[in-house]
Design a protein. Structure first.
Length: 150
């Protein structure tokens, strides 16, 4: 599990268009790598749209946004198109990233237990080191961009 101070690999994954997503693609930028449970759900849509609406400010402040969920590329592409998302989404169907970053685990809703992704954002320095982690308990989906720059 990666924690504050951990070095992140350069290759983060392959986005929904099939392009490699590397830290080195964004020289001088910090990366806000955000993990979310599922495309097209209310909380995940609110979070993605808040990041979209504040994307220019995030870029101006030196942050590149990259989203990750265990949904497939087709689901991500529909989510991107429906919400006009300007940042890449990585389909993590094999659970490699969610497990590496320690955000996959047992969740509970209405007494039912299931495995899922804990909504978590990792702020990664331009040098590839995790500087800050915004946990699922802290994240405010409708105001997440301000939490990243704050």
């Amino acid at each position: 599990m990666l924690t504050i101070g951990s070095k992140v690999p350069d290759l983060l994954g392959v986005d929904s268009t099939g392009a490699e997503v590397r830290r080195s693609n964004y020289p001088g930028k910090s990366i806000a790598l955000y993990f979310y449970p599922k495309d097209n759900t209310s909380g995940c849509t609110a979070q993605a749209c808040n990041l979209r609406d504040n994307y220019a400010e995030l870029l101006d402040k030196g942050y590149q946004v990259i989203g990750v969920s265990v949904d497939g590329a087709d689901s991500h592409n529909k989510f991107i198109a429906k919400n006009s998302l300007p940042f890449p989404l990585i389909p993590d169907v094999d659970h490699k990233l969610v497990e590496e970053f320690g955000v996959w685990g047992e969740k509970s809703m209405y007494g039912r237990k299931y495995m899922g992704t804990f909504r978590t954002t990792f702020i990664i320095s331009p040098e590839g080191v995790i500087e800050r982690i915004i946990s699922s308990k802290e994240i405010k989906t409708k105001n997440h961009a301000a939490q990243i720059v704050g």
